[in-house]
Design a protein around this ligand. Structure first.
Ligand code: ATP
Length: 214
């Protein structure tokens, strides 16, 4: 059974850095599908600027033409704060034996020890971290220990067990950030070639990142 990838994020907005990362991980790891999970009310950052339904619409528009990219709106539909451990528990109940790979960018991985009940995640899923070539893995602290205990360089291991491993994969780095994108749009500049065209269209029509007095 090929693993399912799970890619969560605020996606405020989703951009080509997210999409290229998900695509390369899908190809390299042989993931059957990648589930995009826009967060409703994120526990680890200040309020996003586009409301959850608009962020969800942008994710839907961004992946519509890519078979194998699926949108999961459970965190948007749920009221209140969503914690990854709760969402992964739900997904594990829905896919009792299937390997599940939680896909994280390096910045998200470095913040992992701050997540609620983060160690329990490894009972539920594998964690796959996308990094830039030449990146040095932490050797100390909780993430250093995690790498020693759970790290693997074998894609086969991600296919063989349903959960429990940590895998680090180099992907093409596109230095695009949602924060910078929002600032760019606020400054009345065009996000073309940083986001898919249908996302650009939603940003333009909704004026979700435009300066309030415009
Ligand atoms: P911001 O720039 O506002 O911090 P973000 O794009 O980092 O936003 P999220 O939408 O929550 O924030 O990111 C979702 C996931 O995508 C995270 O795991 C993050 O590490 C990863 N990610 C974000 N930007 C990139 C990028 N340019 N390339 C690869 N992965 C990325």
């Amino acid at each position: 059974m090929r693993p399912l990838g799970i890619f969560g994020g605020t996606f405020d907005p989703i951009h080509l850095g997210h999409l290229r990362t998900a695509f390369e991980l899908q190809q390299t790891l042989g993931l059957a599908e990648v589930l995009f999970l826009p967060t409703g009310d994120p526990p680890h950052r200040s309020e996003p600027l586009a409301d959850a339904n608009l962020r969800l619409a942008m994710v839907r528009a961004a992946v519509a033409d890519q078979p194998g990219f699926i949108v999961d709106d459970r965190e948007v539909r749920r009221s209140g704060v969503s914690y990854s451990v709760d969402t992964m528990t739900e997904l594990r109940a829905e896919f009792p034996t299937r390997p599940l790979c939680l896909l994280l960018g390096m910045d998200a991985f470095l913040g992992l020890p701050g997540w609620l009940r983060w160690q329990e995640l490894f009972e539920l899923v594998h964690v796959v971290v996308a990094h830039r070539p030449g990146w040095k893995a932490p050797t100390k602290g909780p993430l250093g220990e995690l790498l020693v205990d759970r790290g693997t360089g074998s894609v086969q291991e991600l296919h063989r067990a349903p959960a429990g491993r940590l895998y680090i994969q180099a992907v093409t780095q596109l230095e695009i950030s949602s924060t910078e994108l929002r600032q760019l749009v606020e400054a009345d500049r065009d996000p073309r070639y940083l986001v898919p065209d249908p996302v650009r269209e939603i940003i333009r029509e909704s004026r979700c990142y435009a300066r309030p007095h415009d």
